[in-house]
Design a protein around this ligand. Sequence first.
Ligand code: ATP
Length: 455
Amino acid sequence: MSEKAGDARLDMETLVSLAKRRGFVFQSSEIYGGLGGFWDYGPLGVELKNNIKRSWWKAAVQERDDVVGLDASIIMNPRVWVASGHVDTFADPMVDCKECKKRFRADDLEGYVAAGAQGQAAEAAAMRCPECGGELTPPRMFNLMFRTFVGPVEDQASTAYLRPETAQGIFANFDNVLTSTRRKLPFGIAQIGKAFRNEITPGNFIFRDREFEQMEIEYFVKPGTDEEWHQHWVEQRRNWYRGLGIQEENLRVRRLDKDDLAHYAKDTYEVEYLFPMGWSELEGIANRTDFDLRRHAEFSGRQLTYYDEESGEHIVPYVIEPSAGVDRCLLAVLFDGYREETVRGEKRVLLRLHPSLAPIKVAVLPLSRQESLAPTARKVWELLRPHWMTQYDDSQSIGRRYRRQDEVGTPHCVTIDFDTLKDDAVTIRERDTMDQVRVPITGLVEALRERLGGV
Ligand code: ATP
């Protein structure tokens, strides 16, 4: 998060308030004061989240001939995390302010120098508390994995971890998938699921959570073809965000400096979005080499190789890993779609969500609450419900109802008026242009399907 956003776009506070007011995201266990880094997705949030995951799965698995899916358990044999390096190295440097007692991630602070020639004491001396300017403790490494116990005895032997990434469930199943699907290299395994990190400083709403969801692909390739496949995946993933309608100027791909690479990576690109707090990571696309498969083979004693018929040799594939966060993507989609306009002297807030992502695709609005309209309006609603997520709203003026739907990104409203009772036709009103067109009820599903682009 090095650069600041240049323009005065929607600020975080306004978005958090909209997200709560309209039922996208609530603070977890809010009635008890909440819990830092944990969030709940409300009725519209869960739809948006599911639509993001569906779109990812379609691009990552359904539309490809070389990727299969997986759903691995969250808690795994703890030796997985020893082999992966997480037990030893999945830690952030943590400092406490001696005066105000606040806690920070040292590498977020100005003056931080990674432990090395100068040593840890020098790091602390160069930094001051960003809140009160006070003196800080020397940094100490804090492991981000949540620990728990499996079975009734809480001892060292029963200690297990909530997975901090979904990737390891894929590596541990490499051989199972290979033998059960008889795949040839290159091929990938994709997974969507929860991950947990005991972040020292969660924040920026749902950007940095302690419980979040990842969408990951481990793509296994022949060594020597890895760099080419890495480029392929960077392009694929960039195009996926473009396809969601994210504006080009708010999206960038950055190659990490060698010094910033994770211990397993040969090369990494990040897809970043221009949030109000600056350019921040949505997804990492890493070349993990053969690190994971070799480590798991070493620690499990199992052979995790691929028999290459061409060369007649057993090889350890290299891995390209596109790893995206669902929550961060959802946050980017909300920021990116938010617009404020003035229409006939009044403020109109709208979310320009891609139709495939919109939580509600069609709202059914009888012009008034008069009883004569209700049966027809309800019939129209019934007609649409099997096809899309819809909403029926008959309270307050039609103008206010349009605004309510605009604010949550509903692409189309269908209005039933008194003429409908005579001509069996309704009005479709489009979110972005506010254009209205009259169509017969018999052709309504088709007309909407066409306008929604087949979603
Ligand atoms: P950061 O540098 O922001 O801590 P990271 O580089 O540790 O992220 P990865 O380990 O590459 O993240 O995880 C892959 C993806 O998982 C990230 O790009 C992000 O979308 C998501 N992710 C990681 N940590 C969190 C978190 N604490 N909250 C929400 N999403 C996260």
